[in-house]
Ligand binder design. Structure first.
Ligand code: AMP
Ligand code: ZN
Length: 308
């Protein structure tokens, strides 16, 4: 098997592009895919200060090196959510990698940023753990992006993540989510610009990239994660991909091309809940009155004063 670009033996085959690459040209191909997304969606420029949320998993770890090697100014942001061994190991892997590759890193603990820990937040809200964790992480990342005066905040979501998410949203016609599912969310008030530069790369691409670049990543499962639907959707899409070449790209990018159709007014109740800005911190929220984080803070401080 010969590389599609040069005379060297190919070690990586990318079925959907009908291409085979040696390691050098595989990396070049990955950079080209990412550059294409960054430019097409006007995500950021060379001089921008980019924060990349790094979890320790293959996508964000590979993405971190990809962006830096492409010449972008990127700082990794890791949040330790305090989930025991899982969080300790993730933080350690992220830290070791930043030292090894000389990558800039900012590390935070949930309680140091918000003033309460995850268990406390669980006690005062009735949200399922994954959804609560997601909301708190989004809030923390936004706050850090503001504190560090970043131009844009990026996450490691890839094509498999986004197409699985899209499938779920279509199956249940979650119009509110469909309306917001886009790889760029523009800044608004205190909300920083958010981007997903790796939406042209798959789980396999990210794993292969980590492998050829010698990146150690963490594949442990979060102890709180109970939601298996994403894995089911990913399996379904991979089965489809087996029969219909590049169907995931068609599905996701086809949706983006038609996303204006979902901007129409609809009967979906979720959009009748008006989005507004929290009167305390100024962040965007669907909650009535204060945002989730400010409500938790209020509850925690009133519990404290009752116990004194
Ligand atoms: P997940 O929902 O775990 O698949 O993560 C999706 C993306 O969110 C990752 O690619 C990261 O960019 C970001 N992320 C997840 N967990 C963390 C964390 N603890 N700290 C920083 N970023 C995270
Ligand atoms: Zn708030």
């Amino acid at each position: 098997m010969k590389c599609s670009v040069c005379e060297n033996p190919a070690t990586i085959k990318i079925e959907r592009h009908r291409a085979k690459f040696c390691e050098y040209h595989f990396i070049e191909h990955i950079h080209r895919q990412v550059e294409r997304v960054i430019r097409h969606f006007k995500m950021f420029a060379r001089e921008d200060k980019i924060g990349l949320a790094v979890s320790g998993g293959k996508d964000s770890m590979s993405g971190w090196k990809i962006l830096r090697d492409m010449g972008y100014k990127v700082v990794g942001i890791h949040i330790n959510m305090g989930f025991g061994e899982y969080s300790e190991r993730s933080a350690e892997i992220v830290q070791n990698f930043s030292v090894k590759e000389n990558l800039e890193l900012s590390l935070y603990k949930i309680e140091d940023v918000l003033g309460f820990d995850f268990a406390t937040a669980m006690n005062v809200t009735r949200k399922p753990p994954c959804s609560l964790c997601g909301s708190l992480k989004r809030y923390i990342l936004n706050q850090i992006a503001n504190d560090l005066s970043l131009d844009v905040l990026a996450t490691g979501h890839n094509l498999d993540d986004e197409s699985a998410f899209l499938l779920g949203n279509v199956l249940y016609w979650k119009e509110g989510y469909l309306r917001r599912q886009y790889p760029v969310l523009q800044p608004e008030g205190n909300m920083v610009k958010k981007v997903k530069p790796f939406v042209r790369l798959t789980d396999d691409d990210m794993r292969n990239y980590a492998h050829v670049s010698g990146i150690e990543f963490y594949s442990g499962k979060c102890p709180n994660a109970r939601d298996v639907t994403t894995y089911v959707y990913k399996d379904v899409l991979n089965d489809l991909e087996h029969n219909f070449n590049d169907i995931k790209t068609h599905f996701y990018f086809g949706f983006l091309k038609h996303s204006h159709l979902f901007k129409e007014p609809s009967l979906d109740v979720s959009i009748h809940k008006s989005v507004h800005y929290c009167p305390v911190c100024g962040y965007k929220t669907l909650n009535e009155g204060k945002c989730l984080v400010c409500s938790i803070k209020e509850k925690v401080s009133s519990d404290l004063s009752h116990n004194q």
